[in-house]
Ligand binder design. Structure first.
Ligand code: ADP
Ligand code: MG
Ligand code: MG
Ligand code: MG
Ligand code: MG
Length: 438
């Protein structure tokens, strides 16, 4: 286990940022001078839980964020500071609804069955002006801007700086591009154990926002930041391995339509779990009011939304909720940029394990262009149309809630319901426009 005091001495670190992620994906931290880190490594840093989104009251005792020292990262852009992910504890008990704890519990649950879930994510983002209202590059106006060579070079300083940092951190970054919306980018690094990917995802968002700010820009992972343009997805690629991490349990020929695309029987059941719980898990993979403007969008300026609206799976075809790009893994294209890095991984494992345990059938493979021919698929459920539908679907899914844990499920549903209520009580321009003269 890394000794943080020694780490500070060796690397010249002056401050540790003890960080945890709340239910809404908010990253909360305390800056602790290296001189004080020894005690904090033992006992954790104190927080008033009510002041964050964790469903606590002002009367709750102090919550302690105890650093997981093996996650420590010296900030490449500010080496005197080191970030460390923390686990939330209260009165010597793990806070059950804290997202990193929810994920750790599910990783342990999978391990009990001899399984190790490995994932890679594609966290798309926009680079906007500092006010967050416009694309920062006024020349980025192409109708089909994906892979735009000139536009990615105009943001080379930002993109290369972030990629250099990922190289330094040993994440195995392998490509960066301009994505399908004007102002949108994607940077890819190698998949890893679900908890490692969640920590990296969380750090990646912090890093992208920080580097963008240093260049006078604003980075956003908001699902649909600009009307009419493709939204920010956060696709997750998933495979399940044995505990040694050397044998891919998803690879193989599980027979039938599953076998044809190179998935094993276990892979088929795990996929079956994702399909079965899709409408409910959307409350986590697509957690904001704005999320539903991405998955139920009309066609965007570039010609496609690249986001699903129906619960279907297929082979190497990007128009469905699940794509099997090659043997031994599948891609869940549902999640968006607002997904909480820890809860995203947690809900994938929860749904997948539930599928494995119940030997869930993923249903038929649809090898059609879902955007053009989707109306022909009448036997597949539609994804929720808004956040309220998703919260209700999650609330109705007792199996998924049990997998995620009762404390978490109750707290999450309550907080999200409050958020929805706050949204609908907001008086909008639209309703005046459509109702004033009625
Ligand atoms: P695409 O845009 O084609 O969907 P990307 O190359 O952008 O794919 O991202 C693919 C992600 O999937 C990367 O994070 C990659 O490391 C990850 N990945 C590749 N193989 C596996 C696997 N077997 N299990 C989990 N993730 C994987
Ligand atoms: Mg105080
Ligand atoms: Mg990609
Ligand atoms: Mg993409
Ligand atoms: Mg993808």
């Amino acid at each position: 286990m890394t000794d943080l005091t020694a780490f500070a001495r060796d690397k010249g670190v002056k401050y540790f940022m003890i960080s945890f992620t709340d239910l809404f994906g908010g990253q909360r931290a305390k800056l602790v001078p290296a001189q004080a880190i020894a005690d904090m490594q033992e006992d954790g840093a104190g927080f008033a839980g009510f002041a964050t989104w964790l469903d606590m009251t002002p009367a709750h005792p102090d919550m302690l964020a105890v650093p997981d020292p093996d996650t420590v990262i010296q900030l490449p852009w500010k080496p005197e500071v080191a970030w460390v992910a923390a686990n939330c504890v209260m009165e010597d008990k793990e806070v059950a609804q804290a997202p990193r704890n929810v994920l750790r519990a599910l990783v342990a649950e999978a391990a009990k069955e001899g399984l190790r879930v490995k994932t890679g994510i594609e966290a798309e983002f926009f680079l906007l002006t500092p006010e967050g209202t416009e694309i920062s590059d006024p020349a980025d106006t192409a109708a089909k801007p994906c892979y735009d060579q000139q536009a990615v070079m105009r943001r080379y300083d930002v993109i290369a700086e972030i990629c250099d940092y990922m190289l330094e951190l040993g994440w195995g970054p392998y490509q960066n591009d301009h994505e399908d919306a004007n102002g949108q980018f994607e940077m890819n690094w190698e998949f890893a154990d679900a908890l490692v990917t969640a920590d990296r995802h969380s750090f990646f968002k912090f890093m992208v926002k920080s580097v963008a700010e240093r260049h006078g820009l604003r980075a956003t992972f908001m699902p649909k930041p600009i009307e009419g343009l493709t939204g920010n997805g956060c696709h997750a690629h998933i495979s399940v391995w044995d505990t040694s991490g050397t044998t891919n349990a998803f690879a193989g020929d599980g027979g039938g339509q599953i076998g044809e695309v190179g998935l094993s029987e276990q892979g088929g059941y795990f996929l079956g779990g994702i399909m079965k719980h899709a409408e409910a898990l959307a409350a986590i993979t697509n957690p904001t009011v704005n999320s539903y403007k991405r998955i139920n969008a009309p066609r965007t300026l570039s010609g496609a939304t690249w986001a699903p609206n129906t619960v279907t799976w297929t082979g190497n075809n990007r128009t469905h909720m699940v794509r099997v790009p090659g043997p031994g893994r599948f891609e869940l294209r549902l999640p968006d940029g607002a997904a909480n890095p820890y809860l995203l991984q947690a809900v994938i494992i929860a749904a997948g394990l539930s599928g494995l345990r119940s030997k869930a059938d993923p249903g038929p493979r649809h090898d059609i262009d879902m955007y053009a021919e989707g109306h022909m698929v009448t036997d597949a459920p539609k994804l929720p149309l808004n956040l309220l539908d998703a919260i209700r679907a999650m609330d109705a899914d007792t199996e998924l809630k049990a997998m995620l844990g009762a404390e978490f499920s109750t707290a999450y549903a309550k907080m999200k319901r409050q958020e929805w209520d706050s949204f609908v009580s907001h008086f909008s321009h639209w309703e005046r426009e459509h109702t004033l003269d009625i």
